[in-house]
Design a protein around this ligand. Structure first.
Ligand code: ZN
Length: 159
């Protein structure tokens, strides 16, 4: 079982690394989508800006403050969706959400494979109160993608 322990440690390392040194921190200069995310239970708050062009997420950035899990999730999420077609980003959201919330272990296994690096958050399933920290950036992403422009700027709350 040493391998499982090492893997868990690796996952924790990735989350700690992205929590401490978040990638894509800051507003996107050419942003044409914006949304705010709020998780009052933990105090996580982020503003997500996107540049969507030609049906793709051309650029993504976030600002705000929160716990290590929410910051790491926003960091890994922005890293992953940059350059992806919008439909593929939406598909990742569905898989990510299912990985963290679904009871179906077999489906979660499939999702973990499809999610690649994002699967480091699979362990958060065991801490229901932290699930909202990890999914907040993704709910905010969906709201931003659904917004018509930056003036719409919807706010997502996990409560
Ligand atoms: Zn949190």
């Amino acid at each position: 079982m040493a391998e499982t322990g090492d893997l868990r440690e690796l996952y924790q390392d990735v989350i700690l690394d992205h929590g401490k040194r978040p990638r894509n921190f800051g507003a996107v200069a050419a942003a044409n989508r914006r949304a705010e995310g709020d998780n009052p239970l933990c105090g996580d708050h982020l503003t997500l800006t996107l540049e969507v062009a030609g049906g793709r997420v051309a650029d993504a950035g976030f600002e705000g403050a929160g716990c290590a899990i929410s910051v790491a999730s926003a960091s890994l999420m922005t890293d992953t969706v940059k350059g992806l077609p919008v439909a593929q980003a939406e598909e990742l959201f569905r898989r990510f959400h299912r990985l963290l919330t679904a009871d179906d272990a077999a489906a979660a296994g499939d999702d973990a494979e499809a999610l690649g690096k994002l699967a480091v958050f699979a362990g958060v399933r065991e801490y229901p109160i932290r699930v909202k920290c990890a999914t907040l950036p993704w709910h905010t992403l969906m709201a931003a993608l659904a917004a018509a422009d930056t003036t719409a700027a919807p706010t997502v709350s996990t409560e």
